[in-house]
Write a protein that binds this ligand. Structure first.
Ligand code: PAF
Length: 306
C-alpha cells in the first residue's frame, strides 16, 4: 500500500526513516494530473532506487497568469491510485503555507525577495515569456529537495530550461543526482503534458506540427548542418510552412546557455519550441547533441546519503 501523506512534515519524517534504514530514495517532483510521461519517470526511479516518492503540488509561485493556475488540472485521488498501481512507495502534497511555514507575509504571500536564483538556464525564451516562472520553480524544487533529501531526482526533458535550473540547484554538490528522462510522446509525436487534457481532439491532432518541425531540424543536424542560424531557420520555416505560429522556435547550446542565438557552428545543440494551440501553450524540444551524459545506474551508493 502506498503511503499517502498530506503534509510535507510527514514526508520529511518518512524520508528520514528510509535514509536511516540505509535506503536510496528516488524522487519525482510533479504538479499532479499524472500521465504516462510522469509514470515513465517513476518507473525509471523505481529501477534505480530502493524506494520512490512523488510530490504532487501545483506550485503557485511558478504561475505568472492566475487563469493558468486556476485552470491547471488537479486529481489527487486519481494520482495516488496511478502511483499505487505502479509500485511507488510514497506520495505527498501540502499547501504553500506548509511548505514555507516561516516565509509567508501577513497576507499569506511569498515575498519576491525570498525567491531563489534559478541560474543562467532561466534566461531568455521561456524565462522571457513567463515572468518569475523559473524563480518559482527553483524555490519550490529547493524546498522539495530539502524535505525529501533524495539520492536521485528525476525531471522530464520536455521542460528543457527547467532541467538546466534543476542542475544549477545542485551545482555545489552531487546530491541529489539530477536524472533527466527522455520526452514521453503520444503516438502522433505530441509531447505528453498535463496541459494536453485541455486540447480538443482536433487541436491535439493538429499540435503534431511542433514535433514535426523538431524532426526536420534533427534531420538537418544528422545530415551535418551545424550552423545555429541555419538550424533555427529550418525549425522556424517548418512551423510557418505548416500554417502555424510559434512563441519561439530556437536553437541553443545547452552547455553554454545564452539569451540570443549562439553564433557560428555548434558542437552541442538543442532545438526548443513553444506555441499556443487552442487554449494552451505547448513546449517541446529535441537534443541534437547532448552535452550531459547520464551517470550509469548504481553510480549513487547508499553511503553517499548522510
Ligand atoms: O515540472 C513540474 O511539474 C514543476 O515545474 C515542478 C518541477 C514539479 C516544480 O513545481
Amino acid at each position: 500500500m502506498i503511503e499517502r501523506l498530506e503534509a510535507p512534515a510527514d514526508a520529511r519524517a518518512w524520508c528520514a526513516q528510509q535514509r536511516a534504514a540505509g535506503k536510496t530514495i528516488g524522487f519525482v517532483p510533479t504538479m499532479g494530473a499524472l500521465h504516462a510521461g510522469h509514470l515513465s519517470l517513476v518507473q525509471q526511479a523505481l529501477q534505480e532506487n530502493d524506494v520512490v516518492c512523488v510530490s504532487v503540488f501545483v506550485n503557485p509561485l511558478q504561475f505568472d497568469e492566475s487563469a493558468d493556475l486556476i485552470a491547471y488540472p488537479r486529481d489527487w485521488d486519481g494520482d495516488v491510485a496511478l502511483l499505487q498501481a505502479c509500485g511507488c512507495q510514497m506520495v505527498f502534497t501540502g499547501t504553500l503555507a506548509q511548505f514555507f511555514p516561516d516565509e509567508l507575509d501577513g497576507q499569506g504571500k511569498f515575498p519576491a525577495s525570498a525567491l531563489k536564483d534559478p541560474g543562467p538556464g532561466a534566461l531568455g525564451l521561456e524565462g522571457s515569456t513567463r515572468d518569475g516562472h523559473f524563480e518559482g520553480v527553483a524555490t519550490i524544487v529547493e524546498r522539495l529537495f530539502e524535505v525529501v533529501q533524495p539520492t536521485r531526482a528525476y525531471f522530464g526533458q520536455k521542460d528543457f530550461q527547467q532541467t538546466l535550473v534543476a542542475r544549477y540547484l545542485v551545482r555545489a554538490g552531487d546530491t541529489p543526482r539530477v536524472v533527466i528522462c527522455p520526452i514521453s510522446r503520444e503516438e502522433s509525436g505530441l509531447a505528453r503534458s498535463s496541459r494536453n487534457e485541455r486540447l480538443s481532439a482536433e487541436e491535439r491532432a493538429g499540435a503534431v506540427f511542433l514535433s514535426q518541425a523538431l524532426a526536420r531540424c534533427a534531420q538537418a543536424w544528422q545530415a551535418g548542418e551545424r550552423r545555429a542560424a541555419q538550424l533555427e531557420a529550418i525549425l522556424q520555416s517548418s512551423i510557418l510552412n505548416s500554417g502555424r505560429a510559434f512563441d519561439y522556435a530556437a536553437v541553443r547550446n545547452p552547455a553554454a546557455w545564452s539569451v540570443e542565438m549562439p553564433e557560428g557552428e555548434l558542437a552541442e545543440a538543442v532545438a526548443v519550441v513553444a506555441a499556443r494551440v487552442g487554449p494552451v501553450r505547448l513546449l517541446d524540444n529535441h537534443l541534437l547533441a547532448d552535452p550531459f551524459p547520464q551517470p550509469p545506474v548504481g553510480a549513487c551508493s547508499q553511503a553517499k546519503q548522510s
